[in-house]
Design a protein around this ligand. Structure first.
Ligand SMILES: Nc1ncnc2c1ncn2[C@@H]1O[C@H](COP(=O)(O)OP(=O)(O)OP(=O)(O)O)[C@@H](O)[C@H]1O
Length: 246
C-alpha cells in the first residue's frame, strides 16, 4: 500500500478512506464480469486524486463503492478506520461524502438554489455565518451562476450550467470526502480550470479528500496524485518512474 507525498500541499494529511482487498463482480444471468481485482489503496485528507483509465475499466464502479452507493463483492472499505458496513452507508453518504455524478442527478422539479439548499438540509450543513439560502447563492455565484439563473428550474439550464449546480450542491455539503465523476466533461476549458482550482483549494486549504474520475489529462496534471485503472488493477503514476502497482 502506498500514499502520495507530493510537495506544496497541505500539512494536515491523514488517511481518511481505505479500500482493502476490494474486488467487484457484476453478475447478470450466466455472465459474470469482474471489474475490480483486489484493490488496496488509501486516500488522505488534503489531497486531490485523479483516477484515469480507459472507458469501461471500472472507474465509475470504483467511485460507487468508495462513495457508499454500492458494496464490494469482496474486501472492505473504511472511513476514518470504521468499516462502512458498520458505520452505515446512508450515514456515510449523508454526513461524510458527497458525489458529483456524471449525469448530475439534480432534482428536476426544483430550482438550482433549491437543489443546493435541500442538500444542505439533508446533510445538516450549517454555514458559519448567514442562512443556508445566502450561502447557497454565494456558492452558485462562485460557480458563475447569478441569482436569476440560480432561481430558475434546473431543466431550463444548459448542460454546463446543470453541471455547475451539481458541483455547487456537493461543495455546499461540507463533507470530508468529495467524489466527482467526469466533473468537467461538459465545460469549456476556462470554466473547467476554475473548477479544478476549486477542488485543489478544497483539498489544500480546507483539508478535504477530493477524488475525481476523469479522462482529462489537463485535470490530472493539476492533481497531487494520479491513479490509473486498467484490467481491474490500480496503478499510481510516479513522474520519474512511470506507473507502478499499489
Ligand atoms: N450494473 C451493472 N451491471 C453489469 N455490468 C456493469 C454494471 N455497471 C457497469 N458494468 C460494467 O462494468 C464495466 C465497468 O463499468 P464502469 O462504468 O465502472 O466503467 P468506467 O471506467 O467508468 O467507464 P466510462 O469511462 O466509459 O464511464 C463495464 O464493462 C460495464 O459494462
Amino acid at each position: 500500500m502506498t500514499s502520495a507525498t507530493p510537495t506544496g500541499t497541505a500539512p494536515h494529511r491523514a488517511a481518511v478512506l481505505r479500500l482493502h482487498e476490494v474486488s467487484h463482480t457484476y453478475s447478470g444471468g450466466r455472465r459474470r464480469t469482474t471489474v475490480l481485482k483486489n484493490i488496496d489503496c488509501t486516500f488522505e485528507r488534503g489531497t486531490l486524486t485523479a483516477v484515469l483509465g480507459p472507458s469501461g475499466s471500472g472507474k465509475t464502479t470504483l467511485l460507487s463503492l468508495a462513495s457508499g452507493l454500492d458494496t464490494p463483492t469482496r474486501g472492505t472499505i473504511s472511513f476514518d478506520g470504521r468499516d462502512l458496513a458498520e458505520l452505515g452507508l446512508g450515514r456515510y453518504r449523508n454526513r461524510h461524502a458527497a458525489t458529483i455524478f456524471q449525469q448530475y442527478n439534480l432534482l428536476t422539479y426544483m430550482t438550482a438554489l433549491q437543489n443546493v439548499t435541500t442538500a444542505m438540509e439533508i446533510t445538516g450543513a450549517k454555514p458559519a455565518t448567514g442562512s443556508r439560502r445566502s450561502r447557497a447563492l454565494q456558492i452558485l455565484e462562485d460557480m458563475g451562476l447569478d441569482r436569476a439563473t440560480a432561481t430558475r428550474n434546473v431543466l431550463r439550464l444548459s448542460g454546463g450550467q446543470q453541471q455547475r449546480v451539481a458541483i455547487a450542491r456537493a461543495l455546499a455539503c461540507d463533507v470530508d470526502i468529495l467524489f466527482a465523476d467526469e466533473p468537467t466533461g461538459n465545460l469549456d476549458e476556462d470554466t473547467a480550470d476554475g473548477i479544478v482550482d476549486t477542488f485543489r483549494e478544497l483539498a489544500h486549504a480546507q483539508g478535504k479528500c477530493v477524488i475525481v474520475v476523469t479522462h482529462s489529462q489537463r485535470l490530472a496534471a493539476k492533481a497531487d496524485r494520479v491513479l490509473t485503472l486498467r484490467k481491474g488493477r490500480l496503478t499510481e503514476r510516479r513522474d520519474a518512474e512511470g506507473d507502478r502497482g499499489i
